[in-house]
Unconditional design. Structure first.
Length: 456
């Protein structure tokens, strides 16, 4: 314990992710900050979430920066979470001045899963010089959660969930689970989500290796007061023989699950959201567009805006073709949406009938997001081995740069494709998901708060 306390006292460390920055962060980015309770909390929002780190690092005193490289500032942070558990929320605040040192210190209580902390944020206290001098994390006595920044301790402790088996679909019935907060007040209407899988046959929990992404996500959202439906993917139950299109494989079942939520009297029909993961994220705008108004928002996790055929083409091994054959194949794949339906059905691409890809290309994700104009939240882990930042959220942002009024983005420091801290890889650097690392709670809280934000 002495070593733990010493480490936290002497080293500036980055925590796990937190809620998106409040408006005060914009004030800081405009120039010399004025450190108040509001702006200090905004700084911590960004710092804990790993956002705007270059800007935050730049607020440090120059002499400190000379001895503390930015990479140190950024990389030390992941070590704290396993000692203290996941970050929950900010708590009480106070501040004090030290005139003899011309400094001021702001103290904010951090509610953590295992061990609460006090963060001491110290800066110069001159009229024209507010450079940061220190950011220290010190073990603190476990405190009640502050209702001003979340829920009170009694309510938080009481939050739990009830899971009920459901069947999604009729022609191709799929086993699923409705996860509902245990406490839903009489007459209360709560938000709800449909969870849509990544590519490949997957069970309702989206089990990959030792992870159960959808199960973890459903449980954490329920703890916040958000219902969900997850279900076995059609190809997991019935194989791919009867799947001729993305409609068969994904879209139809997601819409049917959405209708089940809309028919539940406890669900707010103005706050039903699709959460798509990977391949599901690519298809989410189409699901919403074909749902006849069931869904009110979209969360895209670990997705890419580029067409699915282009994604497969990037990974395809064309070494057995001549350069001329490879060029013709690439051209065919890239332009497949320009063929007519019968031409597409006569082809076989990537082990499937060409119609599967032709039909999918009739629904462009970016154009649908633009046309729908619904609240959209695009997130991913910074250490996603499947989707780089450039190919993922930044590509979405570039394509949607003129539509920023309803689209939000977040990228989580140190998290993988499953929004967890498991970075186990094989000899080729590909993820193994060999560790039972549960989903990052602060990331889920961000998603949950965003969902609450779309309620009328």
């Amino acid at each position: 314990m002495k070593r733990l306390i010493s480490l936290i006292l002497t080293v500036t460390m980055l925590l796990a992710c937190m809620l998106p920055s409040v408006a005060a962060a914009k004030k800081m980015e405009a120039g010399v900050p004025v450190w108040t309770e509001e702006t200090v909390r905004a700084y911590l929002d960004d710092y804990i979430a790993g956002n705007n780190l270059s800007t935050l690092y730049g607020y440090y005193d120059l002499q400190i920066r000379r001895y503390m490289p930015q990479v140190t500032y950024e990389c030390m942070l992941t070590e704290l979470e396993w000692m203290t558990g996941a970050f929950i929320q900010q708590g009480d605040y106070f501040c004090f001045e030290e005139p003899e040192r011309n400094s001021k210190t702001h103290v904010v209580h951090l509610h953590m899963e295992k061990q609460d902390l006090e963060v001491y944020f110290t800066h110069k206290n001159y009229e024209d010089d507010w450079e940061v001098m220190g950011l220290d994390f010190i073990p603190a006595v476990k405190a009640d959660l502050n209702a001003e920044y979340g829920v009170d301790a009694e309510t938080y402790a009481a939050l739990s969930y009830v899971e009920t088996p459901v069947t999604v679909g009729n022609e191709y019935p799929l086993s699923g689970v409705l996860t509902m907060p245990a406490i839903v007040a009489q007459g209360e209407k709560i938000p709800a989500v449909v969870l849509v899988h990544d590519e490949g046959p997957m069970d309702m929990n989206a089990t990959v290796g030792a992870t159960a992404f959808f199960e973890d996500l459903a449980h954490e959202l329920a703890e916040m007061g958000i219902a969900s439906i997850r279900y076995d993917k059609r190809t997991y139950v019935y194989g791919e023989d009867d799947v001729t299109s993305a409609w068969d494989e994904v879209v139809e079942d997601a819409i049917l699950a959405g209708k089940m939520l809309a028919d539940d009297e406890r669900v707010d029909t103005d706050a039903i959201v699709v959460i798509g993961h990977g391949f599901g994220a690519l298809l989410t705008p189409r699901i919403v567009s074909q749902s006849e108004g069931i869904f009110d928002g979209m969360v895209l996790i670990g997705g890419r805006p580029v067409s699915y055929t282009n994604q497969l083409l990037e990974k395809a091994d064309l070494s057995g073709m001549t350069s001329k054959e490879a060029g013709a194949f690439r051209e065919l794949v890239i332009d497949i949406e320009e063929l007519d339906e019968n031409e597409a059905r006569s082809l076989e691409l990537f082990g499937r009938n060409g119609y599967y890809f032709w039909e999918m290309e009739q629904f462009g994700a970016i154009s649908l997001i633009q046309r729908l104009g619904l609240p959209t939240y695009i997130v991913q882990g910074q250490r996603d081995h499947h989707v780089s930042e450039e190919d993922g959220w930044r590509a979405y942002r570039e394509e949607l740069k003129n539509y920023g009024d309803f689209v939000n983005y977040n990228c989580y420091q140190g998290l993988n494709h499953m929004l967890s801290n498991d970075l186990s890889t094989d000899e080729n650097g590909m993820p193994q998901y060999a560790v039972d690392a549960e989903i990052n709670i602060p990331a889920v809280r961000d998603i949950g708060q965003w969902i609450f934000g779309i309620q009328p």
